[in-house]
Every structure is written in C-alpha cells, then in structure tokens.
Design a protein around this ligand. Structure first.
Ligand SMILES: Cc1cc2nc3c(=O)[nH]c(=O)nc-3n(C[C@H](O)[C@H](O)[C@H](O)COP(=O)(O)OP(=O)(O)OC[C@H]3O[C@@H](n4cnc5c(N)ncnc54)[C@H](O)[C@@H]3O)c2cc1C
Length: 297
C-alpha cells in the first residue's frame, strides 16, 4: 500500500490544481484519474482567466497537468472504486491497487446527460450543441438558439439566453409548457415549438424535428438534460448529496467527514473552471495547514 499525505481523486482542473498546490507545500500526493474530465468537451473557452485568445479544454488540461508534473506530482490513470475511512485517514482503492493518506480531495466532477445520439460529441465539438450558457452564450450572440429539454426546466434558460439573442426558441422534449410558461415565453419574445420532437444533426448544425415531421434549424442548441453526480464513492461514508446532487462543504471545502475535502463541479453550484481552481486552492491550503507540521532538516 502506497502512503502519501494526500490523495486527489480526479484529474480535471480542480484535482490538478489541488495537486500543484499540495506539492508546492512540499506534501506528497497522488492524483488518481479516470481520464474523462468535462473540460475535454470544451471546443474553446473564452472566459478562462489568462487566455484572451481562448483555450480548448484539452489544451488547458495538458497545461494544468504539465504544471502539476513540474513539481513531481504522480498522476495515475485509475478509476477509484473504493473510499474508506481508516484510523488516521483513508484508504482509496482502484482495481487491485490501493493508497493510504491522511486526507482526500474529491474532485470527481459530474457527467452531463447528452442527447441520446451517436453524433452528440461531434455536435459539441463544432458548437452546434452547447452545454453551458454561462460559458459561451456570448459567442452565441444574435444566433438562432434552440433550448431543448423538459418543458418544466427550459424556460429559465431561455430567459437567460434571450439577453444575447432575439431569436430564442423553446424545444420542449417531453410535454407542452404550462399556460403560465407559454404566457411568459410570449412576454419574453421566445418562440415555442410543438413538444415531443427530437434533435437531429447534419454535420454542421442541429435541427428540431417536431412530431408532425416539420424541421427547424438552429445555429446552436443548448440541451438541458441534467447531470449525473460523480459522488457514488461517498455512499459508504454516510454523506448524503443535496437535492441537486452536489455535496455540501464548509468555507474550507471540508465535507462533514474529517479529512475529506470536495472541490470543483462535484460540489459547486456554479460549474466553472475558475470556481473549480479557486476551490482547489482553498482546500489544498487548508489541508496543508491541518497536516502534521514538518520542519525542514
Ligand atoms: C461543453 C462544455 C463547455 C464548457 N465551457 C466552459 C468554459 O468555457 N468555461 C468554464 O469555466 N467552464 C466550462 N465548462 C465547465 C468546466 O468544464 C467544468 O466546470 C470543469 O471541468 C470542472 O472541473 P472539475 O475538475 O471539477 O471536474 P472535471 O473536469 O469533470 O474532472 C473530474 C475528473 O474526475 C475524474 N473522475 C471521476 N470519477 C472518478 C473516479 N471514480 N476515479 C478516478 N477519477 C475519477 C474524471 O475522469 C475527470 O477527469 C464547460 C463544460 C462543458 C461540458
């Protein structure tokens, strides 16, 4: 069993930043990462601090990894399937391997629910589908924007997008919006197409096919189909997720389990890179101060 000061579960922006901080505090740590950061979907981010020309998610992950490795962070490709409390810390397991540490940073993010179609990732790559209006509505300014998802959930998103474009259309995936929602859509100048249609992709743009077969094309579509949290590892620790699937933490990013921190999308309500790396800095600094003091020889 490998013993370190801290184990970071997840190698996205949150986990890699936490590891860089911990190593620069001269703490031993290992990053265990399954390799499917949400950031890999980002064709080009323009709100990531320090990149005025934009940066792709994959390029950003490469840089963050390079920065962590420059201070000798060990990054292991592994899907963690076990997180247990033991006397004085935690044991984390992946397959047959295990690591022991006094503290754990949970940075496992979340998984977007995408339209159930083989083309979904291609459509994201070319901006025909966008998953995060806070991230990139600016780039969609004045475009024909479709907002796809459950009728009960999409109006609020359409309202947000309406300040970027006069051409926003609700695409209710399940049922017709309520009368109140229809009134509100009219008030906002948001068009509503018949419910129960499906999204299609022609290699460049998405279309909405209504139940009667009518097709309407969009420059970009935001699907709001929800997330799956990646906090299954916590089940054994008795830490319930909140209603939105996120974890509750204190201002140091501590969960209610001593020594267990949670950072990034797995905990945040605002799923952004800048938030994830900020939380990582806070958690790593607190963890360093909480670990036993080690004077330099
Ligand atoms: C299309 C798209 C565009 C976006 N654009 C922007 C943008 O422009 N600006 C912005 O700020 N944000 C953007 N985001 C959001 C941003 O990607 C996330 O906020 C950010 O990636 C969160 O970082 P994280 O480290 O918390 O989680 P993630 O990046 O998701 O990383 C989590 C890591 O944990 C690993 N993991 C999960 N479970 C396990 C396990 N059991 N064992 C080991 N490893 C595990 C995963 O493999 C993954 O590598 C966008 C997201 C999407 C999908």
């Amino acid at each position: 069993m490998v013993q370190v000061d801290a184990i970071v579960v997840g190698g996205g922006p949150a986990g890699l930043t936490a590891a860089t901080y911990l190593r620069r505090f001269l703490r031993s740590c290992v990053v265990l990462d399954a390799g499917f950061s949400r950031a890999r979907y980002i064709p080009e981010s323009h709100n990531c601090p320090g990149f005025p020309q934009g940066v792709s998610g994959r390029a950003l992950l490469r840089r963050l990894r390079e920065q962590a490795e420059a201070v000798d962070t060990e990054i292991v490709e592994a899907c963690v399937d076990r997180l247990e409390r033991v006397d004085g810390g935690f044991v984390v397991g992946a397959g047959g391997r295990s690591w022991e540490a006094r503290c754990v940073m949970l940075a496992t993010g979340l998984a977007d629910r995408l339209p159930d179609a083989a083309w979904a990732e291609d459509a994201i790559a070319c901006g025909a589908l966008r998953l995060c209006a806070i991230c990139d509505a600016y780039e969609a300014s004045d475009q024909r924007i479709g907002v796809y998802g459950p009728a009960g959930a999409i109006l609020g998103h359409a309202r947000f997008l309406r300040s970027y474009s006069a051409r926003v259309t609700l695409l209710p995936a399940d049922r017709a919006p309520s009368r109140h929602a229809l009134r509100e859509a009219r008030r906002l100048g948001v068009e509503v197409l018949p419910a129960g249609g499906a999204l299609e992709f022609d290699g460049a743009r998405c279309r909405y096919r209504a139940p009667d077969g009518t097709r309407t094309g969009f420059d970009t579509v935001y699907p709001y189909l929800g997330y799956a949290g990646r906090n299954v590892l916590l089940r054994g620790l008795g830490l319930p997720a909140e209603d939105d699937g996120a974890l509750r933490v204190d201002r140091h990013q501590r969960t209610r389990v001593p020594g267990l921190y949670a950072i990034g999308d797995v905990v945040s309500g605002l799923n952004q890179i800048s938030v994830a790396v900020g939380q990582a800095a806070v958690a790593a600094t607190h963890a360093h101060n909480a670990l036993p003091f080690a004077a330099r020889a």
